[in-house]
Every structure is written in C-alpha cells, then in structure tokens.
Design a protein around this ligand. Sequence first.
Ligand SMILES: *Cc1c(COP(=O)(O)O)cnc(C)c1O
Length: 402
Amino acid sequence: MIWYPYEQMKTMKAPYSVVDAEGVFLYTKDRKLIDSVSSWWSVIHGYKHPVINRAIEEQLHRFAHVMLGGLTHEPVQALSDKLQSWLPGDLDCCFFSDSGSVAVEVALKMALQYYINRGETGRTKILALEHAYHGDTFKTMEAGDDEDYHFVLKAYGKSPHVIHIPTSIPALEEAFSRYHGELNCFLAEPLLQGAGGMRMYDLSFLKRAKELCSRYGVLLIFDEVATGFGRTGNRFVADLVLPDILVLGKALTGGYIGHAVTVASRRVYEGFYDDNPSHALMHGPTFMGNALACSAALASIQLFESQNYMSKIRKIEEITRREMKGFSHPFVKEIRIMGACICIEVHDPSHIRGYQEFAYERGVFSRPFLNYLYAMVPYVIGEEELVKVLRTMKEWFAALPA
Ligand SMILES: *Cc1c(COP(=O)(O)O)cnc(C)c1O
C-alpha cells in the first residue's frame, strides 16, 4: 500500500487518480482538470512538454545514470556551465542532489564547515525565519519553523542551534547584535515563504540582512527551492540581493525528475579548496547529477530563456490582480499576490474545507492547506484557464453562507 504525504491515512479521502497529463491539464478517468498547484510548484512548463520529453529521451538512449564519484558526463557538465553563467554574481560552484531538502542540508553543512575549516568552531548557530519551511529532513525541520509539519521535533526540546526571527528589520538587527559571533549563516526563503503559508515580505528586509551578513562575516543562504525560476516575478530573488549560497530545486527540472542544486559562491568554495584532505566537503547523494534530470533541467532553462518566461509571469500577475480587484469576503483575512503566486488567507480553516471537491467539480485541481487557499499555476497557462482558476476561488466564497 501507499503511505501518502501529510495525511492521516485513517480519515484521508481517496486521492484523484491521474491517467494522463498534458499542458496545464491533469486527466482523471472522467475529468479534465486545470492544475493550479503545478505539482507542488514544480511543473512550470506544463506536462508532457515536447522539448523536455525529447531531451530526456535522447539522453535515455545514451545512459540514464552514472554516479559522480570518480565519473562525470556531458549533461551534468553542461548544466553546471549553464548555471554558472546564468546565475548572478559568482554563484559558480554547483553541488547537485536529489531533492530540495537534501540541497538545503548541503547548504547548512557547507556553512558550518566553512567556518570549521577556518578554525572558527564556535559558529554553530543558524539564523532563520519564523514560519520558515526548508524541507522535511531533520536539520531542515530544525531550521524550519512550522509545527504543523514538524511538531515531532518537540520531542527533543528547543534546538540550541537555530534562532528564529520574524521578517522585521528591528528583529533582524537585534539577532545580529546578540548572536553575530555564533552564527554561521542566515537562511531564508527570500520574499515568499511557501509552505509556511505563502507569506510575502519586503525586499528591504533582505537588503538589510545582506548588509549585516557582510559586516559580521555570516553566510547568506537563499532557499529558492520554491521561489526560483520566476515564481516571485523575479527570475531569482538572488538577482536582487546576492547570497553566498543559493539552493534550487522543484522547478529546476521543470518538475520532471526530482533534482536540486546547492550553488556556492567562489568565497565559500575557496573555504574548502586547499591541501588539507579533511577540508573536503564530505557529501555525495547517490543520484546527484543524474543524467536524465540534468538533461531535463537544461531543456527547462533553455525554454525559460527562449520563450521569454518572465513576460508570461508578468502577464499572470497582471491577470491575477485584475481578477481579484475589489474582491473581499468576511471570511477572508488577506489576499496576497506576488508574481505567479496568489494566496487567499481565511480566518478559519473550516472556511475552505470542501474547496478541493468544489473546484474538482468545476474542472480545477487545487490543494488548500490550513488557512491558505492558493494557486501557483504553470507559467504556460492561457488567460482563459487562469481566469477559471481565479473565478472558481471567488465563486467558492460567493456560495458560502455569510
Ligand atoms: C519544497 C521545499 C523544500 C524541500 O524540497 P523537497 O524536494 O521536497 O525535499 C525546501 N525548501 C523550500 C522553500 C521548499 O518549498
């Protein structure tokens, strides 16, 4: 049997069974559904994209996978070259892994060891944000701040290695003045905190964080697993504020194959690069640099560039703002829009209970959680389909008793 994610198996309702998927549509036996979730925000080009399909097929005829221990290959080299030239600043050094959680683990390990390699063994703390989500592995749970996902950690008591602050500049300044000598990194989902509730905050906070990190020699890590590749309306938030380490996942392969990358700046890389073997980064996920994943990622980035995805994303934001203009309801606490992400936060989770079925009946797949009804659509969505996604959300509230 399958043990499904984030579900009480005893009370969970049967998941919809997908038999085909193409473009923005999921097909069940009897329905055609617009996917407003992009399979956890990753399928940015839609399903069954001919260009990505072809890239994977061509690589498959050569080989699907060889390990990076003692071996290398053209797709991983090409992807690393592409990322090096495409990403901002001197984010040049790509460490691949198989999932976003692992890639964040790698970033945290890099930050800790960066200082250990320099003999600064007292820098063991991570500064992170309240409501952060960085994955479901143990260290990422610890860096995260979401009881709804990670309450099991309470069994260990409060972590002495992580400090959580709200996205306010005074809180940031206070944390730096108190802890700067003990911090190895400041880790953040920049501008948009996804799984913690689609919370959006201002760029000025990140600019100040960058200044403080520079002043106190603390590494700045952006977890752009969710925000990367245009979701916030910026190609990467790292284009606006340059981190020392950037983590990408989810949309990296266009949602085709689980893969992620931890991209280090030259400074971080050089903290490991010397004659001492114990200064090496001792990490190596079995499937890092998987050739099919790298081929998909390359094709995905080529599409992103050649098809002017940033203009598609701007259009999605424009339509979203137009459709939501003037909309309000007593159950709605706040409506947040940034790039190709919209979130309607309600006062009480019961206000969106049943929405998934409501949307399903109307040809939209949605997966609200807690107090958040949201859409993160594939960027290839047409205006008609996007409007349908947004109108279905509004119709739900219109159909509720006030
Ligand atoms: C999804 C997510 C992760 C974890 O990625 P997985 O591939 O699920 O391990 C980490 N950070 C952020 C911001 C995410 O949204």
